[in-house]
Design a protein around this ligand. Structure first.
Ligand code: IMP
Ligand code: MG
Length: 188
C-alpha cells in the first residue's frame, strides 16, 4: 500500500544500496546470458522494459548482458493505483515491434500483488513469442494475490513502500541512485 497523495512523507532507511544494486545486476546479466546461450537460442532476445519504473534497471541490466539483445518498452496503467490495487490494468503505450517467435524477457521494477505482471504475461503470451520470461528487480512476495512464475529476481523485500532507482511516489524520487523506504509522517 502506498501513502496517499495527501500524506506527508520522508525518506526512510535504505533497503538496497548502490553497491548492492551494481553487484546483483552484474550477476543477473551473467545468468541471463548463460541461460539463453545454453538453450542454443539463435534468435536475438528482446528485452521489454515496463515504463516508467523499470527504465533505470533496464539501462543498467542490458550493459551487464554479454550477448546481442534488442530492447523495447511498454507502458501500463493500473486503475486505483495509489491506495488499493484494483487489478484492472490497461495498456497505455504498446511495443513498437512484433514479438512473434522471438525470445522475450520482460524487465520490471517491482512485483507487489502480481496483478500487473499477470496481465502483461497474458497479453504478451497471446502474441506467440518463442519464449516469455520475467526479470524483476524487487519482489514484495508477502503481498502476492496471484501465483506467478518469475525467472530472475534481484531482491526479495518486505512489505514496505519503496522509492528510488526508477520507482516513484507521485512522480517523485525516481532519480535516487539507491532504493529507500518511504515513510508516512502524517496523513493530512
Ligand atoms: P502489482 O500489480 O500490485 O504487482 O503492482 C505492480 C506495480 O505497482 C509496479 O510495477 C509498480 O509500478 C507499482 N508498485 C508496487 N509497489 C511499489 C513500491 O513499493 N514503490 C513504487 N511502486 C510500486
Ligand atoms: Mg512498474
Amino acid at each position: 500500500m502506498s501513502p496517499s497523495d495527501k500524506s506527508e512523507t520522508r525518506l526512510g532507511r535504505i533497503l538496497v544500496s548502490e553497491a548492492e544494486l551494481r553487484a546483483r545486476i552484474q550477476d543477473l546479466g551473467q545468468v541471463i546470458a548463460r541461460d539463453y546461450a545454453k538453450e542454443g537460442e539463435t534468435e536475438r532476445p528482446i528485452l521489454v522494459g515496463v515504463l516508467q519504473g523499470a527504465f533505470l534497471f533496464m539501462a543498467d541490466l542490458i550493459r551487464t548482458i554479454p550477448m546481442d539483445v534488442s530492447t523495447d518498452f511498454i507502458s501500463l496503467a493500473s486503475y486505483g493505483a495509489g491506495t488499493s490495487p484494483s487489478g484492472v490494468v490497461r495498456l497505455q503505450s504498446d511495443l513498437s515491434v512484433s514479438i512473434e517467435r522471438r525470445p522475450v524477457l520482460i524487465v520490471e521494477d517491482i512485483i507487489d500483488t502480481g496483478l500487473t505482471m499477470s496481465y502483461l504475461k497474458r497479453t504478451l503470451t497471446a502474441r506467440h513469442p518463442r519464449s516469455l520470461r520475467v526479470c524483476v528487480l524487487l519482489d514484495k512476495i508477502e503481498r502476492r494475490q496471484i501465483d506467478l512464475d518469475l525467472d530472475y529476481i534481484g531482491f526479495t523485500i518486505p512489505n514496505v513502500f519503496v522509492v528510488g532507482y526508477g520507482m516513484d511516489w507521485n512522480g517523485r524520487y525516481r532519480n535516487l541512485p539507491y532504493i529507500a523506504a518511504l515513510e508516512e509522517t502524517k496523513a493530512r
